[in-house]
Structures are given as structure tokens and as C-alpha cells.
Design a protein. Sequence first.
Lengths: 394, 390, 421
Amino acid sequence: MKFWGVRLASILGAVAFCFLLEGVAQGQSSFVQRLFVLAGLYVTLAVSLNLINGITGQFSIGHAAFYQVGAYTAGFCASRFFAQLNLPPAAWLLLMMITSAITAGLAGLLVGLPSLRLKGDYLAIVTLGFGEIIRIFAQNQEALGGAYGLTVAPKIQYVWAAWLLAILCIAVCRNLLRTAHGLPFLAVREDEIASSAMGVNVTQTKVVAFVLGSMFAGAAGAILAHFESFVSPPMFTMDVSFTIVTMVVLGGTGSITGSVLAAILLFYLPEKMRDFTNIPLSGVAAAFVAISAAVFAIRWVMQNFHGTAKDRAIRYLGIVVGALVIWFISKALLGNVPSLKENIDGSKLRMVVFSVTLVVLMLLRPQGMLGHHEFSWDWVRSKFGKPTVKEATA
Amino acid sequence: MTVLPDLLAGLEFSTLPQQLVNGILLGAIYALIALGYTMVYGVLKLINFAHGEVFMLGAYTALFTSWSFGFTQAGNKQDSSPGILILMLIVSMTVCGIVGVLIERFAYRPMRSQPRIASLITAIGISLLLQYGGQLFLPSSPPPSISDKVNPFKGNIEIPLKPADSALLAQAEQLKAKVTRTKAAYDEQLKSEKDSFNLSPVGKELRTASQDAERDYRNAIDKANKDALVITFPQGQVIMLVTTVVLMIILTWLVMKTTAGRAMRAASLDFDAASLMGINVNTVIAFTFFIGSALAGAGAMMNASFLGGTKIDTFFGMLPGVKAFVAAVLGGIGNIPGAVLGGILMGLAETMVIWAGYGNYKDAIAFIVLIVVLLVKPGGLLGSNKVEKV
Amino acid sequence: MNIQFSWKHGLIALAVAAAIGCNGGDSTATTPTVENKGTEATPAAAGRKAPTAEGNKVEGDVIKVGIVGSLTGDQKPWGEDSVEGAKMAVEELNAAGGINGKKVELNTGDSTSKAEGAKTAAEKLISDGVIGIIGEVASGHTIQIAKSAFDKGVPVVAIGATKTDLTQEGTHVSRVCYIDDFQGPVMAKFAYEELGLRKVALMTDNKQPYSQYLSKTFGDKFKALGGTIVKEAFYESGQTQFSGQITELKAETPDGLFLSGYFTEVGPIAQQVRQAGLKDVKLMGGDGWDSPQLLTSGGDAILGSFFCNHYNNKEDRPAVKTFLDAYKKGHAGKEPGTTMAALGYDATKLMLEALKKAKSLDSKSLIEAINETENFAGVSGTITLKGFNGNPPKRALVVEVRPQSEGFQVFRKAYEADEIK
């Protein structure tokens, strides 16, 4: 009974959360509403990619392709069938999400099956390649609006839809991992040959991972199509794939919580930066210098320093202070270079921040923010000193 | 897909030879970049995602070098010479080589102990950083291009495969007299006209007569040439092809006949064994990166200088980089002649797609080729066919 | 793993069913662009819808007006120039006392030379409370701005967007430039009558709706005059290598080549056309060529070509002279590089003049007032919107490309709006 009680409470809690967000969003400008929706979509994308990359250990970097398939499916069906069927918007959106999930899942099947023989780098390039092929083919179909784009007729802007999908995605992935169904994924990640020797159907596991991940991305695409009421090929370039990969890497491949946090963080940060206009280029250049210096110093400490944790922390602090000093000095020096005297808009720094994040992360902490750890009620309980479930049942 | 007879009917077979030539010229650039990919993969088993950006930096270096010689946007300096071109080539190659070595030293070497995925992610990060970071500091909007005055070889080499019908040509020449006559009359009239685009009725008549005569002459010439087949090689691109071949010969000599080359081959066969034999693998890797990046720089400089008006922005290297990677895979990754073969084939494939009328899909063809190759023969055309199981 | 298996089977079955279902419709699509119904330069067909949304109102003492332009990316010359022109108009108005004592504030949005960038920029400006939007130059971008503005009831005055069906987006859209139904036939007439061309090939940018439509209107008129279009080849914005397409066109031995795309590709195409041996083919184009970049990327190859533009800096109309003097004062003696500065100035001034005459200071009245504009004296010519469904009749100037020393765009021939039937 307690089992079902907790489950029911969580579901109701999740739905309530979505509608709470919707309520908050309604009071804001449409620009802020857009941020809410996109944040939710990116959470879905990051978690679904994490299922393929982090949990199953594959390396897919063409996730935007499934996003695109979903968005174009929704757009295409909307331009043909919406007028005829005349459903209320919420029902239509749900129908579109399901349809898009199916087509995106098919695309995932298409990508996943042949790629199974490939490992690591090759798989990455092939997934990227599939993404580009889908993008180029979509770009050349007049029925899909060609290179210019497709206008999606009913503009359905529900914030709760995006977050409901995100929560659904998180729930599915988490529950998958917690049950016996999820163990094959982890096994395949750790050692394919050993798990195949233990009776795991490696091919099936990988394909299921691809299909599941792509289905969620497709559903997210449907929401995007109806929210923007416009889909065009430049919205799904390799950059979008790389953005999602950065979110997964930052959060920690294998950690759902990490992906969620990283998605929100990496999505929100550039939007905030848009507000900063007139950032001096010399400052940016100086930041590169300072960050490079800091990274080297930190790596040196990580590898060569063998003192206590406290001493190590002091050294890190020293590095941070040193980096700031270097930044000031470099900025002053570089400010004299004529080509660096201009100011730029904060919005141009978005991809630069992502790429720097990727490189620094790989150099300093390849396992990402959270590594393999997850958020769980157990952890909360342990912080409060209450006995965890494990201890209680021991 | 259209029915095959339909497809064949839509093809212009007369343009095929020229398109084949176009394809080979395009393939030369891909080959140069592919060499860099293949050499690095052979030694490090790493796909150097940032190689396309090294290509881009090579183009920018060439641009800045040309500016320093006075070939600026305002287009002041009038004469260029082969010496200037050679200097631009050397500068581009050197700068790119150094950039390649730096990237390896600071971004890839720390990753050597990590799983290969980490190196790949780092490579992607560096690639993005160069593209978007470069956008902040390098002139890219609107994208500049190298002044066409840099290229002193403006002519074309024309190779007639099938000569024009001489009888028809003679007939056409007879019309030339009328052309000269009517043009002279028109020019005479122009002297007393105020505005050559708002002519008096007399002027209009004479102009029409002149234009008609010119048109008849050209139609006659075209008719005479209708069955002729002439292949046009822009001189600059021929030089590009020759330089590419020369560079490849030097590279092959380097890899096959020198000690350094032997060290590279040893390291690519078995990394650990090579280091056990006393080879300084770090130096070998740096050397490999230098050579590979220098070749990309050469390709970039030639591409930007000889292919008129090529716009240079920080995303210039992305698509050629991916296509060159496919070329390397196609030829057998790790295999140097394979990279060259792959490059030429990729250039031909792309041009054939345009020739067949599907020019919109010419970028997709690269990826399709990649997927087909990886599924059918992962080792590539000239490579081994082992599929790594363990 | 029984549960997984049957679930997977069900999934595949559903997928197949959905695939069949979704593809069962007919293959002709309803593309977002409206097909042209004729080649006359008459105002676009009526039947425009008025936006139902309320729009923005002026709050307080500041009147906010928005402008969207490509401040970064390939079309930066146009974006920068249009914003400079707009700034001039706003400063002039404020110096003369503003509107009813309220000052006008110009908010800029960057479309980053992309359609969805234009959409986001427009939406942000509208949510910031601008009463009207000026912009953009590229038709593809402006259509997105128009759609977003329609949803919110805000007027849009386009600067250089020439695609004819743009104004079909609603009664809130108008422009200060001519339309492609006029521009294409102008160039066709010039090519046929003045240059004596009879066999023209087209090179169209498949990624830009402007280019696709302009090629069509040019081709239709040229054929109507008696010429032939020997072949149409396609490329995409961002391409650098055109030898494949050029080889195909060369086989048809054209005497003229119409490049309907933007200047960023026209320059390289011109150079590669000459490199391929087509030395005598005349090159022509539309207002997409208008940029100093054309000379640098086109080199010697582009000299002697002709294109259609909105006005010319060397015209001796007093309006042009006054504008240029004022512009040079604020920009260290430099003239604007493209015609978009004057058009941006005209668009902004037109909107502000209409605002002065509007019944009240809000978007809805502004839309009405803009559509009532008659004989507005712009730098690029006299603009009347009343009765023309947003497309003012304007004259087109065909200019020849000469080196910078000779003045870059040398005026050759003017065509009035009623000359093209």
C-alpha cells in the first residue's frame, strides 16, 4: 500500500509542479515563457541522450537529428490533418507527441541497427553523419518547406507540456535503471564482451537504448514545432547536437540528475549573457589566458600534489586568486591591441562558453559534475541524519 | 527516386569529361586534408576533429599574408608573382604545423591516458572553440576573401578533345565582317548620343543591328562548336594539382626513406612497442601533427587563392574537414596512399552528384559514402578488413 | 525479457501503421510561400487579414520603436546600414521635438542573418513594448517577423524585403521598396532590349525565397519578351565552389547569366564563371548584389555587370543630397555602403510620420495610419501606401558595376513603376 501511495503522490506532485510552472510562466512575458519551455525541452534532450551515451555507453553525437524528425513530423501532420480532425489543442499536442515519438523512434532504429558493429569514434561520426543526412534531406523536400522552413499551423504554447515530458523522461530512465530491465544497459556500458558472455543480448540492448532516446527527442521536437510554429533546417544543425552532448558531459555521463542540472545551467547561462552587451574583447582574450593558466595549474596540483585535502584546497584557492590576477593584468595589456578594442554582445559568447566548458571539463574532471552519482531520497535522508532505507532494512 | 531511363535521359554526357576534371581538382584539396587525418589516426587512433579548423586557420593565414603584401580589400598592389605565392604557401604551412603541434601538446596529450571517448570530446571542444572563439577575433562578418590579384595565373589551359567543325567555323567567320561593320556604325552614332541607355530612334536601330549581327555570329560559332569537346583547366587549379602531387611525393619519401618516417610507421603499428624500442613517441606524435597540419595549411592556402573569390569565415573548414575525414576512411584510415585515393574519389563523387542534377544533396553524399563504407568494408579500400572485436 | 520484447513488437507495429497513415496524403504540399499569379507590377491582391491582437501602447514619456537587422553574419553590411539610417531618422525627429513632446527610443534586435534569429529578435522587441517594428532586408527573415508581429498586432515596415507575397501576411505589413514582381521584369526588359540578350541562364540560391522568386519573375518576363531561359542551376548560400553548376550552364552556351542571389555568393560565382572560360557572358542580378563586398569578392570578373537597385548615391535629387550630407556628418565623411541606409531611414521616418498622424499612440492606430500614407517624400523616392496593399509603386534603377575609383555603382537606366506591364 505504501508503495502505491508513494507512487501516486509522486505523480500528482509532478503534475502539480508542471502546472505550477505554467502558472508562473503565464505571468511573465512571452520571451520568458519561451525560456521555460526550451529549458524543459533541453532537459528531455539531455536525459534522453544520457540514456544512450552515459547509461549504455554508446557515443551518439547526432541527437539533434531525432529532435528534427520529431519536429518535422509534427509540422507536416499539422499542416495536413489539423484542420480536418479539429481536436482541442491539448489533445492534438499529445497526439503529435506520440506520433513524433514513433517516427523518431523509427529513425533511431534506422541509425542504431547498422551502427552496432562500430565502436567509439566511428559510431560518433556515423551518428553525426546520419544527423546531417536527415537534415539535408529534410532541407530539400518541398513538402517540408525546403531550405526555408515549414510553418506549423496551430500555435500551441503550453509550458506544462514540455516539463511533463521532461519529468516523464526522467522517470522512465530512472525506473529503468532501478529495475532488472536496466541492468543490461549498465552491463553493456561496462564491458560488452563480458555481458554478452553472461547472456545479455547486446544488440537488443543497444537498439532499445537508441530507440528510447530518440523517441523522447522526437516528442520534444513536436512540442518545439508547435511552440515556435516554425521549423527550419538551421534550427537543427550540428551545433544543437554538440550543445546537448556538452550538457550530458557536464552533468556526468550516467547521472540523470547531472544531466538535468547541466541542461538547465547551460541553457540559462547564455540567455543571461544576452543581457550583457558591450563586453570588451580584450576581456574575453584575457579570460582565455587566465583560464588556460588556471587549468594547467590545477592539473599540476591534481597530479603532483600529495598533501592533505585541506592543503590541496588552499592550493586551489590560490590558483583561483592567481587566475583573477592574471586576468586583470592581461586585460590591461591586451587592451592596447587595436583589434581587441571592440565590444561584443553577450549572445555571441554562447558557443564559446560551451566549447571552453567541454575542454576544461575534459582536462580537469572528465566524469562531469556528478559522475555516476544520482540524487535520491536516501541522500537527503543521510544529510538529515535520518537512517537511510538501506540502513533501516539492514 | 526517378526511373533509371529518366535519370539517364536527363544527363548531359557532353559535360562529363569537364566534370570529371572538376572532380579531380576538388579531390586534390580533400586529399591534402585527408592526409592529416589519416596520419594522426594511424599513430594515435584519434579522430582529430579540430583538423578542419587548422585548415580554416591556414586560409586566414594566407589571407593575412596577402594583406601584408598589399593585396588588401582596397586592392592596391597590382602585380603578384610566383614568389609571393610560394611565400604564402610556406607561411601557411608553417603556421598550421605549429598550431597542430600546440593543439596536440595541450589538448590531446593530457587525454592519452583516458578512454578514447574523452579525447574525441576534447577534439570536438577544441573544434568548436576555434570556430566560435575565432569568430570573435578574426574578421568573419562579412567574410573576407583573398584578392584575385594575388593569383598571377589567370589564363586557362584548353585541351580540345574533339575539334570544332571547320566548315561551320569558316561559315561563322564570314559573318564576322558584318559584326565589325555594324559595330563601327553604332560606335560612330554613340559619339553623338548623350546616354547610351536612352538612345534616339536612329541609335536604337543601329544598336539592334549591331546586336543582331553579333548574335548571329555567336550562334554560328556555337553551332560549329556544338559537337566539339574542350576541357578547360584554369591555370591556377592546375598549379594546385601539381603542388599537391609534389607534396605527396615529398611526404611518401619522408615516411618511407627517412628515420623519422620509420619512427612514425613504428609508432602507428604498435605504440607501446615503439616506445620500448627507444623511440621518443612524444616527438614522433608532434612531428606527425606538424606534417599533417602543414599539409592542411597548404591545401587551405591554395583553395583560398586559386579558387576565385572563396569566402573565408571561421566555419570554412568544417564541411571540407568532414568530407576529408570520410575520404580518409574511404581509402583506409591510417593508409597514406589510401587518403589520396579517397580524396580524389570524394571529389569525383561530389561532382558526379552535381552532374547528375542532384546538386542539392552534394553534402549528403559524403555521409552516405561514409556509412556505406563503414558497413561494407570498414577497413576502407586500401586498408585491412579486421573488425576489432576486443 | 518478455515484457520488453512484446512491447517492442507493439511499438514497431504502431510505427508501421503511423508511417502508412502519415504518407497516405497527396504529395503536393501547401508550402508556406504563395505562388505568384501573374507578372504585372500591380499591387498584390487584396484579401489581407487584419491582426486581431491588441498590440502595444505607449506608456509614459518614451515612445519605443524597434528595428531588426542582421548585425552579425553574412548580411552585416545591410543590417548595419539600415540601423544607421534608422538612428538618423529617430535623432532628427527627437531634435525637432519628438511626437507630442515624447521622445522616440530605438531598440535594436539582431537577426544574425537567419530567419529564426529574426523571429526571436522581433518577439523580444515586441515583449519589450515597441509600438512598431522596422525591418528587415532579406525577405526570408521579414516573413518571420511579419508572422510574429501578426500574432501580437504590431505593425511592420519592411526596409528592403522585395518578395511580393510578404504583404499577404496581413494588413500590418508594408514596405518602402519595390517588389520582385517589378524587379524581375525590369531586369528582363533591360536584358532583352538594352543588352540584346536572347539566351539567358539562371543561377538560383535554393536557400533563399527571395532568389527563387526573383528568378521566376525574371524568367517569365524574359520568355514573354521572346527570349529563352536555357537552364536554371541551383546553389546554396554558404557554398564556395560552383564549378559543377557552371560547367552545366556552360554547355548551354548562354549569352547572359542572371544571378538572383545575395552578394556573398555572387562575387565568387562571377570569378569562377570567368575562370571557366565564359568571358563574354553578361552577368545580371537584383538588389541582392548591393554591397561593397561585391567588388572585393568579385574582383575583375564582376566589372561590367548590371543589377537593379533602389536608388543611387549620385542622383541629383535634393532629397538624396540632403540625406548624404547628413549621413556623412555623422559618419566621418563616409557615404553609406549600401542603399539600405537610405531605405532604413525612409522606413523609420515613414513610421514616425504615420505615428504623428495616428489617432492614438498605440499599435492598432499606427497600422491604420501607415496604410493611409500618401506621397511620403523619401530619400529613395516618393512613397504612397494608400490603396496599394502595402506595396508602394517605386522606380527601379539599373546600375553597372564599375571599380571603386569610378564610383562602384554607375547609374545606367531608370524604370518607372508604370513602365512594366
